[in-house]
Design a binder for this molecule. Structure first.
Ligand code: NAP
Ligand code: MG
Length: 487
């Protein structure tokens, strides 16, 4: 080995060892520290905050509250690690990332259970969607690590440096994977902060990363609330901020880094139009509407929260929709037959309830499924509003809950105009039998993602991101990799 080669090496012990993960055992500690420079350390303030199970209102664990000094420590560790990590060959980096992906698969059950306990989403979704997709992001980007020159020919790809990554509470593990995997593949190091109400799977990921033998300081995971996020954003030695969250906080971040050299990607809110034409396969479309708005209790940035139905089929679609809503099982997220789990927090439930009141006061007609909801925990019945119009707040503003606003339309021109007449531009859905209509609409809808005859489908190979107040930059695919490279 020449003197110039970095010292990072695989630890032979874990390369040879079988992975004896006891996947039946779910281990949650009473208290979690900050993951900085490869180990768990106490927060400078010695302060901890509680994270709760929103389905039972019970405290699950205490989590460290990081302040500016902790952020500084994490950034310093990431800076030191960057020197060697960025010089490691892409093939070596790829091996580490594959290792993370495989360990995630081995511990999938533990991740799924903890995700559901901490955030309230149905176990069926954590198990079948969040965790496998998160692992797939690591697999996918691991494959690019040694092919950057081929991915971006003649563009001399170089990592940016230390990436500060801030994620929301709706897909905690998946958002961590979306952020960490491309950053590492490109040769960056990371300081990531999960949301205050859902820190546990990111901390489990920290344990996994420690066990994977990833060199110290390459990934640092620190917990806290908004103040901790702001400290990351404002740290002078960060090269890139990747933020997923609300449009309001996104705007704040954009202001606070203006004039600095930091690169920025923002994945913000949405209010997607899901458009059903009279020639659509209606039963399939109804499934798509249900999935579009009730998946993850509607805590989905790309949720199909505005439904546009062509007038001639409005009555039949609404009848089918109401019938289908009656069959949804709302309740215990740990029950594998549950369709709609708990609202993520008391605050979010209050926000959604407020919007339901606003909808009624605006004169829209409300319909809720007749299901009963548990006495304890934060739950909301699947809800839809009929007779809404473009000026209603429930049509214009992101509710981030299981609440659908329905309008009807006659012509394509009319629905395109209405779909686009909104501050957001993250996603949309189109349901029709005609390919030509799909192509016509996908070019005219100002939305980063347009699904045709399906909804809420995600894949690591396809870029995701918005227009207008839904943010800028893309995650996923090569676009997502480019966002972590100097080209
Ligand atoms: P949020 O309130 O904006 O919080 C997002 C993250 O930013 C959290 O970790 C939060 O910390 C942190 N934060 C809060 N204030 C901050 C500040 N001043 N500076 C830096 N960081 C700060 O959003 P949320 O309520 O968690 O998530 C829901 C929003 O995310 C929705 O609007 C949704 O549409 C959007 N979202 C977008 C996408 C996308 O890909 N476009 C994907 C998922 C979600 P604490 O929570 O700990 O306070
Ligand atoms: Mg929680």
């Amino acid at each position: 080995m020449s003197k110039k080669e970095p010292k990072l090496k695989f630890n032979a012990a874990w390369e040879l060892a079988p992975a004896p993960e006891d996947t039946k055992h779910i281990s949650i500690k009473k208290q979690y520290d900050l993951f900085i420079n490869g180990e768990f350390v106490k927060p400078n303030s010695k302060k901890y905050f509680a994270t709760y199970n929103p389905a039972t209102e019970e405290k699950i664990a205490e989590v460290a509250d990081a302040d500016e000094r902790d952020v500084d420590k994490a950034v310093k560790a990431a800076r030191v690690a960057f020197n060697s990590w960025s010089k490691l060959s892409g093939a070596e980096r790829g091996k580490y990332i594959y290792r993370i992906a495989r360990l995630m698969q081995e511990r999938a059950r533990e991740f799924a259970v903890i995700e559901t306990m901490d955030g309230g989403k149905p176990i069926r979704e954590s198990r079948d969607i969040d965790v496998p997709l998160a692992a797939n992001h690591f697999f996918y980007y691991a494959g690019w690590a040694d092919k950057l020159e081929y991915a971006f020919p003649n563009r001399n790809p170089k990592p940016l440096g230390v990436a500060g990554q801030i994620i929301p509470w709706n897909f905690p593990l998946l958002m961590a994977a979306w952020k960490i995997a491309p950053a590492l593949a490109a040769g960056n190091t990371v300081v990531l902060k999960p949301a205050e109400t859902t820190p546990l799977t990111a901390l489990k990921l920290a344990e996994l990363i420690r066990d994977s033998g990833l060199p110290k300081g390459v990934v640092n995971i620190i917990t806290g609330a908004g103040k901790t996020g702001a400290a990351i954003v404002n740290h002078p030695d960060i090269n890139k901020i990747a933020f997923t969250g609300s449009t309001d906080v996104g705007k704040l971040i954009q202001k606070s880094i203006a004039g600095s050299n930091k690169k920025l990607t923002l994945e913000l809110g949405g209010k997607a139009a899901n458009i059903i034409f009279e020639d659509a396969p209606l039963d399939q479309a109804v499934e798509g509407i249900i999935n579009g708005i009730f998946f993850n209790q509607g805590h989905v940035c790309c949720a199909g929260s505005r439904l546009f139905i062509q007038e001639s089929v409005a009555d039949v679609v609404i009848r089918k929709l109401k019938d289908r809503m009656e069959t949804l099982r709302v309740g215990d997220p740990m029950d594998k037959n549950t369709d709609v789990g708990a609202i993520n927090s008391k605050e979010q439930l209050m926000k959604i309830s407020e919007y339901i009141k606003i909808g009624k006061n605006e004169g829209a007609e409300m319909y809720q499924s007749s299901c009963s909801i548990p006495k304890k925990g934060y739950f909301c019945k699947p809800t839809l509003f009929l007779n809404t119009s473009q000026s209603h707040r429930i049509v214009q503003e992101e509710i981030f809950g299981p609440v659908l606003a329905i309008q009807t339309f006659r012509t394509i021109e009319e629905v395109i105009e209405k779909a686009n007449n909104i501050p957001y531009g993250l996603s949309a859905g189109v349901w029709t039998d005609k390919g030509s209509k799909i192509f016509n609409l996908t070019t005219k809808l100002r939305a980063g993602v347009v699904w045709a005859n399906t909804y809420n489908k995600f894949d690591p190979t396809s870029p995701f991101g918005g227009y207008k107040e839904s943010g800028f930059g893309r995650e996923g695919g090569l676009h997502g990799l480019a966002a972590y490279l100097e080209l």
